[in-house]
Design a protein around this ligand. Structure first.
Ligand code: PLP
Length: 415
């Protein structure tokens, strides 16, 4: 896992100094042992329910990481045809894939129907109509779950961002029953389940359990209408520790879910993302310049908002630590910033660090929504990615060359 050994930060025993020397910076480094441990925590905690644990691919879609989860027995939650191509390339059986998202195109539906995915998580009446038409054209029947918006009380849980009435996700709870009837009447759909996903980085499971209770009440109403569901998908959303959060205890969560599902013939599906990968990775970066001012000091590093967008996008906090703990270096308070021409290009503000120009820093908890959100802004190659497996390092994504950044574009014709 990720800890200091002889004053140097190491991933699964490999010093990050060695990884920086071999692969350069900026570079994402992941611990395979930490990925496995996070998955096994879910599997062991929920063992009595034998769930389908669908890793939310958007959190980290590197092929090697998907392949690792596929080998552990995970399914996948995808949100695009591109992510479907990735999980199939990673060797996942299509029937362990659920397809979420509010804007599925006809081409994406066709691709998923031809692959034979487990289920479409449908988010609107118009999506149902489109899916029915596409399935009909292909002479197939699409397995369908409705993403229901449980409208969990925002007053008690103000941090929830996707489970409330006024956001774009899901079907309003009070329209759900009628929408199920509409779905059941369409010839090329088979209603198989129900799903919800109420938000991300939750540190309390109460709203998740409240949401499940609402879904179960709806499942009972539907059963009395003759619509019997096979599975309930409780989404993802469990938080991780970035600084001083106390993430939920997965075993305690599992126990509450198991109580609710006892005596029911419902298969459990879940869609964890961040909690499977977030703390398994760091972003390794080197200090290009220390820039000391009268009011403020800056550590200008070679990673930037294009590599890790969360601080700029959500004002998210990531721990930042020196890779080497050096004796006799004074601590100073710095903003850790990148080279990009935007004032929002920062990785951390007002950090107390004992550092010198040229030192390596590790941005912690960068395994989720890090690499997947990266871009080529400022014509910067995206960071390399390295996986440490049993003390061996493996480059799982090489840094793009500058030629590759230009290859899809065309010059003006000669005049
Ligand atoms: C993003 C997402 C997830 C994963 O959320 P985490 O907070 O990373 O666990 C699961 N389901 C859906 C539908 C999502 O959009």
């Amino acid at each position: 896992m990720i800890d200091y050994q002889n004053q140097t930060l190491a991933v699964d025993g490999v010093p990050l100094t060695k990884i920086a020397a071999e692969f350069g910076t900026p570079c994402y480094v992941y611990s395979e042992a930490a990925l496995t441990a996070a998955f096994e925590d879910y599997r062991a905690s929920f063992a009595s329910l034998d769930p389908l644990i669908c890793f939310a691919v958007k959190a980290n879609s590197n092929l090697s990481i998907l392949q690792h989860f596929a080998r552990l027995g995970a399914g996948f939650d995808i949100v695009s045809g591109g992510e479907l191509a990735r999980v199939l390339a990673a060797g996942s059986p299509a029937d362990k894939v659920v397809f979420s998202g509010v804007g599925k195109s006809e081409a994406e539906m066709e691709m998923a129907l031809n692959a034979g995915i487990h289920c479409f998580n449908v988010e609107s009446v118009n999506e149902l109509a489109r899916l029915d038409a596409v399935a009909g054209r292909l002479n197939k029947v699409a397995p369908v779950s409705l993403r229901v918006n449980p409208d969990v009380d925002a007053k008690t849980h103000p941090y929830i961002s996707t489970g409330l009435k006024d956001n774009k996700f899901g079907i309003a709870f009070d329209q759900a029953r009628a929408t199920y009837h509409a779905a059941a009447s369409l010839a090329h759909l088979k209603v198989v389940g129900i799903d919800c996903h109420i938000g991300s980085q939750l540190t309390d499971v109460t709203p998740l359990i409240d949401a499940l209770d609402r879904l179960l009440a709806l499942i009972d109403e539907l059963a009395s209408d003759g619509i019997v569901l096979e599975h309930v998908d409780i989404g993802g959303g469990l938080g991780i520790r970035y600084t001083d959060e106390t993430p939920p205890d997965i075993a305690a969560y599992a126990e509450k879910v198991a109580e609710r599902l006892a005596g029911r013939k419902l298969k459990l599906v879940m869609e964890p993302g961040r909690s499977l990968v977030g703390n398994a990775g760091v972003l390794l970066t080197r200090i290009e310049y220390l820039k000391l001012g009268d009011e403020k000091h800056f550590a200008v590093v070679d990673a930037a908002m294009n590599d890790l967008m969360r601080p700029s996008l959500y004002d998210a906090y990531h721990g930042i630590v020196p890779v080497e703990k050096k004796a006799g270096v004074a601590t100073m308070t710095v903003d850790v910033v990148g080279p990009i021409c935007e004032s929002s290009d920062f990785l951390g503000k007002n950090r107390d660090l004992a550092i010198e120009q040229g030192d390596l820093l590790a941005v912690l908890s960068a395994g989720a929504y890090g690499s997947t959100m990266s871009s080529n802004y400022n014509t910067r190659s995206r960071a390399a990615e390295v996986l440490v497996e049993n003390g061996q390092t493996r480059l799982i994504r090489r840094r793009e060359t500058l030629d590759e950044l230009l290859v899809n574009e065309r010059e003006l014709l000669a005049k």
